[in-house]
Design a protein around this ligand. Structure first.
Ligand SMILES: Nc1ncnc2c1ncn2[C@@H]1O[C@H](COP(=O)(O)OP(=O)(O)OP(=O)(O)O)[C@@H](O)[C@H]1O
Ligand code: SF4
Ligand SMILES: [Mg+2]
Length: 343
């Protein structure tokens, strides 16, 4: 099967007064139809800018310098701006990192949904209104017929996030990019929103690119994971393999940094050392200042991401020497127990 999305060698940079930010340095990423793919890594590793590069909505000081973004086989980087407008929303929808600012406070929900549905789905406004109400009801908004005419401030954070999911899905995209869809929400609401995302994904047979630093969410919702570090991809594997047999030292450090795989607690704690600055980033492997396996070669040569086992891609010179710590074993044990309980 061909991927629905294939990002190849994506290089994105930002031009600032202090220098060039090498935000994405050769990102490769694939999402297959109906698949749910996690994009995981610490703050500043390039998750959001990858999504923005795919949709070509970078800030004005950002530029895509190289690479391809193949969507259904077509390179989005070669499309005109008006062709690109047909892709955004209708083909690829995105839920943004901050749900509080994604809805315009001075417009009713109806005004923020109906027009865009009518345009993208090519239906009259009354039909678009019906579609909007249906999709709000599908994400659990009761009295959607009346509440659609309310303003965003009438809704809680969790409800607003549901509205954004409904708005994205009402356009029937083939691919949904969700950037930290639950991070801004409190714990009980997080679980409800995740449940809705799961239902919607199945109902509409969506492909999902889920950006998060919550490994509990990843374990729960994704089939495959891309681990990002410092604007590069460190490891790609099935979610099961990431949690039971991680190969990259950074992936192991991530597992060690979570106290529990519960969604409520699965956020990353601190990994020793700090995330790299992407103006003049470390040479060679960008993880080398924090890596306990680092040797001379690591500060000189960039490790190329390669398929080490079937479907398992790792960017590390010394991946064969990596061992699991007791802490990592603990998380692996939790994951296996959870899997067993849910089967
Ligand atoms: N407009 C900009 N100008 C300069 N640098 C930028 C700009 N936007 C993003 N960056 C830099 O690009 C890098 C990647 O940022 P990105 O937003 O993709 O991080 P992220 O992985 O989404 O992090 P978080 O988990 O905090 O959301 C960071 O170093 C960030 O500072
Ligand atoms: S290449 Fe070297 S520094 Fe980078 S992860 Fe592997 S061992 Fe660590
Ligand atoms: Mg981000």
């Amino acid at each position: 099967m061909d991927p629905i999305l294939e990002v190849k060698g994506l290089v994105t940079q930002f031009f600032t007064e202090s220098g060039v930010v090498e935000a994405l340095d050769g990102i490769n990423l694939t999402v297959y139809p109906s698949e749910s793919v996690g994009v995981v890594g610490e703050s500043g590793c390039g998750k959001t800018q990858t999504a923005y590069s795919i949709l070509r909505i970078l800030a004005s000081n950002g530029k895509i310098m190289d690479g391809q973004v193949l969507y259904k086989g077509k390179d989005l980087l070669q499309l005109t701006e008006s062709e690109m407008r047909q892709v955004r929303g209708k083909e690829i929808a995105m839920i943004f990192q901050d749900p509080m600012t994604s809805l315009n406070p001075v417009l009713k929900i109806s005004d923020q949904m109906i027009e865009v549905i009518a345009m993208h789905r090519n239906v009259p406004e009354n039909e678009a209104r019906e579609i909007a109400i249906e999709s709000l009801a599908a994400v659990g908004l009761s009295d959607a017929e009346d509440r659609i005419d309310e303003y965003p401030h009438k809704f809680s954070g969790g409800m607003r996030q549901r509205i954004l999911i409904a708005r994205a899905l009402a356009l029937r995209p083939s691919l949904l990019i969700a950037d930290e869809p639950t991070t801004a929400l409190d714990v009980t609401i997080q679980a409800q929103v995740l449940e809705i995302m799961k239902d919607m994904k199945e109902k509409y047979d969506l492909a999902l690119m889920l950006i998060t630093h919550n490994l509990g969410v990843v374990a729960e919702l994704t089939d495959r994971v891309h681990i990002f570090y410092g604007g590069r991809v460190a490891e790609v594997a099935t979610t099961y393999n990431i949690f039971t047999n991680p190969m990259h030292p950074y992936t192991i450090a991530l597992l060690e940094s979570i106290p529990s795989l519960d969604v409520a607690k699965g956020r990353l704690a601190t990994i020793p050392g700090s995330v790299p600055q992407l103006i003049n980033p470390p040479k060679g492997c960008r993880f080398h200042p924090r890596c306990k396996y680092a040797k001379d070669k690591c500060s000189k040569d960039i490790p190329i991401i390669e398929e080490k086992e079937k479907g398992r891609f790792v960017a590390c010179h010394y991946w064969e020497e990596v061992e699991l710590s007791d802490l990592a074993e603990d998380v692996i044990g939790q994951h296996k127990a959870k899997q067993k309980a849910s089967n």
